[in-house]
Each structure stands twice: as C-alpha cells, then as structure tokens.
Design a protein around this ligand. Structure first.
Ligand SMILES: [Zn+2]
Length: 200
C-alpha cells in the first residue's frame, strides 16, 4: 500500500473524519513544508510521553509533575460539589464557561440502552467516598442532553443510591437543547445551565 493511502486510512480512523476529509488532510500535508510536517509528527509522538491521566478525575493533562491535575490539586476549589462529565472536552467546555469552581470526575464514556459503552464505576465510587470525607454535598450530572446522557444519568443515580441522605444530585438546567452535546454548547448556554441546575 502506498503511503498516501496508508496515512489517509489512519486519519480516517479519527473521530468525525471521513475518508474524503482524510484524503484532503493528506494532500494538504503533501503540499505543506517539511518543517510543518515534522512539527505535527513530533507533537503526535510526544502525546504519550508528557501527557498523563489524573489519578483523581481521570482527565488527561500535562500541567503538573505529579499525576494529580491542577483542578484536583487546587485547594481553592469547592470540595462540596463534584461534577460528572462524559469526557475531557466537556470538562474543558465547563471550565471555559468560568462559573464552576468545584471538583470534577470524567466518566470516560456514556452507556447506551443496547448495553454498549462503559463508565468508570469503581473509580466513581472510590472518588465519591473520598470526596465525602472532604465535605461533599452535591453531585452535578453534566451530561449531554441525549438519550445516552439520560440513560447514563440513571445509572449514576443508582450507583449513588446508598448516599441518598448525604448527597444532593442535580442536573444541568435544560437551557441545553434536547439532543445537544455539552462539548459544542456555547459559553452563555453553559453558564445558564449551571446556574439553573435542578434536583435530579
Ligand atoms: Zn484531576
């Protein structure tokens, strides 16, 4: 197989990239300077090296020398509130909105009705236990307004059932349109959804 096809196929495996788009990338790269290609290759190569996964919230980061990320190690953040998000990009979207100052936990996926998908259940339970010792009072389910998001929220509520008396569970207010993914929601909408969060 020639390199053009091989690279196009590799790129087509990336989320959201189809075969036609991946070919466009390849031809763009062919026309680009060697230094641009080298830079890109180096960035890809270094991904695994400097990036680590936070042992508490499970987001990927390269901010600290320890394995705990800057949000989890920041003593200024509110320990009373813990937010569950599907993925790192959702967490970044919430951070950009700038109004949330509690803790995070990345579920690592969503569950589907057909039984596909998985979330970090064991780690979630461990995190909740740990946060309870530090004054946890509220869990915010910040999941996309999709059927998978709702199904996953149900599962998380079941997991949290033993702490029903101690922990309030809330959801983002549905300023988020049905079907919308958190990652792509604009800052204004996210701020409103956070302010208007409701008992779940
Ligand atoms: Zn963290």
């Amino acid at each position: 197989m020639d390199h053009i096809d091989e690279l196009a196929r590799a790129l087509a495996r990336l989320p959201g990239i189809g075969p036609r788009q991946s070919k466009r990338f390849v031809y763009y790269l062919l026309a680009a300077s060697i230094s641009e290609r080298t830079k890109l290759a180096e960035l890809i190569m270094s991904l695994g090296k400097d990036v680590c996964q936070c042992s508490e919230c499970f987001r990927f980061h390269n901010e600290t020398t320890t394995d705990v990320c800057r949000y989890c190690s920041d003593h200024g953040r509110d320990n009373a509130i813990l937010m569950f998000v599907e993925k790192d990009q959702d967490l970044s979207a919430i951070e950009r909105a700038g109004t949330y100052h509690g803790r995070y936990f990345v579920l690592g996926g969503l569950l589907t009705l057909s039984g596909k998908g998985a979330i970090r259940e064991k780690e979630l339970l461990r995190m909740v236990e740990k946060r309870l010792e530090n004054g946890l009072q509220e869990v915010v389910l910040a999941l996309s307004a999709t059927s998978e998001g709702e199904y996953t929220a149900d599962r998380v509520r079941t997991l949290l059932a033993p702490w029903r008396e101690q922990i309030r569970i809330s959801e983002l207010g549905r300023g988020l349109a049905t079907g919308s993914e958190l990652e792509y929601s604009d800052t204004q909408t996210l701020r409103a959804a956070l302010t208007n969060r409701k008992e779940a």
